[in-house]
Design a protein around this ligand. Structure first.
Ligand SMILES: Cc1cc2nc3c(=O)[nH]c(=O)nc-3n(C[C@H](O)[C@H](O)[C@H](O)COP(=O)(O)OP(=O)(O)OC[C@H]3O[C@@H](n4cnc5c(N)ncnc54)[C@H](O)[C@@H]3O)c2cc1C
Length: 392
């Protein structure tokens, strides 16, 4: 049983405590410990189950279309991701991608776009994907080369997108492409591209260390009606950043869930494994590890829920979200590594929980802004403060 003492923190309201208990009880019953080896089938089943359980309501905005509120409640999003990640990385992935993939529609979709997609996303009937990255535009998003050319009442998309989560199983992709109103970041727009649209092709499925559906997409003369553009032309970069802004703190929450699970597993092992006439946990060297792990978990939790709370107050969280993502993902990697060490040989046996966590955590330090990008954001905000307030 996970430590639930954090729920007493002042960041949370009674409804959050209720939600956290609810998702924990649900996950125990509905999230398999071991998933189907067919990762696409496992992912589809999880999305459906999360929809039936009512959890996907928290990943979209707008009560008229099934959302839990008019805006996404960051604390709810984080509590759900933390809990799911503690049970299964794939369950967390399935939940998070419904939100990230439909995020631009939640934030800036027309009434028609919202009505067409959000209820299906919430019910787990339509799988969403967020297609921003390209082979030559990862951290440097504004270097994007994919184009969308207006032709009469349509846009014609050409280019490549890569690392697209849910690529191959998504029912629709929110694709960002260059419409050329201005150079760089100011000439990009977002489009809804339904799976099966002629000219949209899954060029390659990508296998990663923690399997989940991932693909490179090719768009070749892919024609979509202008009504499928999300928000004003040329505002796509801002929309992508606003979407990532909602979900960045929740990446920290997922890392926190992985770290908590690793600490629980390590405690269980250290208190039952006997060697040299005592328990592994009786050695001070082990206690030092456990202490570091627990402090890292708590600091990640504090940073994560500070950012989530602050965002829910309607305040800017650029620095706070970057700190949460950097510290929680980097810290989780260390906590999980220590857990593997405590398990000894068993820690590297395939599909042991700590071995799975060791693989699951890695990508979180890279996607939605690599750690170095978060460092630059934090430093930029700090230096801006110095400029505004004068030297400390
Ligand atoms: C499992 C997984 C799922 C993903 N899902 C999606 C998705 O659904 N949709 C989507 O659009 N994209 C997705 N991505 C892409 C992800 O956002 C990119 O991988 C990420 O932005 C980094 O881009 P890149 O891989 O091209 O690395 P690069 O941009 O080449 O960066 C390589 C490394 O350079 C370092 N670096 C970056 N910037 C700086 C800097 N300014 N100074 C110093 N060092 C720096 C970092 O260590 C970084 O890891 C996913 C990636 C992975 C691994």
């Amino acid at each position: 049983m996970a430590d639930t003492a954090d729920l007493d923190w002042p960041f949370f309201e009674p409804r959050h405590r209720e939600l956290a208990r609810g998702i924990e009880a649900w996950a125990r019953v509905h999230v398999p410990q071991v998933h189907d080896h067919d990762v696409d089938a496992a992912c589809r089943a999880l999305v459906r189950a999360l929809g039936q359980g009512g959890w996907l309501r928290h990943a979209v905005a707008g009560t008229a279309h099934g959302g839990a509120g008019e805006t996404i409640d960051t604390r709810a999003l984080c509590l759900i991701r933390e809990t799911l990640a503690r049970h299964s990385g794939l369950a967390d992935f399935a939940f998070a991608m419904q939100g990230l993939g439909s995020g631009a529609i939640s934030l800036a979709g027309s009434p028609e776009q919202r009505a067409a997609w959000l209820p299906r996303v919430v019910r787990g009937e339509a799988i969403a994907a967020f297609a921003l990255s390209e082979p030559e535009a990862g951290s440097d998003v504004a270097a994007m080369a994919c184009t969308a050319r207006q032709e009469g009442g349509d846009y014609v998309l050409d280019g490549e997108k890569t690392w697209i989560s849910n690529g191959g199983i998504a029912d629709f992709y929110v694709v960002f492409a260059r419409t050329g109103e201005a150079p760089g970041a100011r000439g990009i727009s977002a489009f809804i591209v339904e799976a099966g649209t002629p000219g949209l092709e899954i060029a390659e499925r990508i296998e990663v260390i923690a399997p989940h559906p991932l693909a490179r997409l090719r768009l070749a003369g892919c024609r979509v009606p202008a009504g499928q553009r999300i928000g004003p032309a040329g505002e796509g970069f801002k929309l992508a950043m606003r979407t990532l802004d909602v979900f960045r703190t929740s990446v920290a929450a997922a890392a926190l869930g992985f770290a908590r699970r690793a600490l629980d597993e390590a405690l269980q092992r250290a208190t039952t494994r006997r060697m040299f006439g005592q328990r592994l946990a009786d050695f001070q060297l082990t206690q030092a590890k456990l202490a570091e792990m627990a402090a890292t978990v708590d600091s990640a939790a504090l940073l994560t829920y500070r950012a989530a709370w602050q965002r829910d107050q309607g305040r800017g969280v650029t620095r706070e979200a970057a700190m949460a993502k950097m510290c929680a993902t980097e810290g989780a990697q260390q906590v999980i590594d220590a857990a593997v060490q405590i398990f000894g040989g068993l820690g590297v046996v395939r599909e042991m929980p700590v071995e799975r966590l060791y693989r699951e955590i890695r990508a979180l330090r890279i996607y939605e802004g690599a750690t170095e990008v978060q460092q630059l954001i934090i430093a930029r905000e700090l230096l801006k403060d110095v400029k505004e307030r004068g030297q400390p």
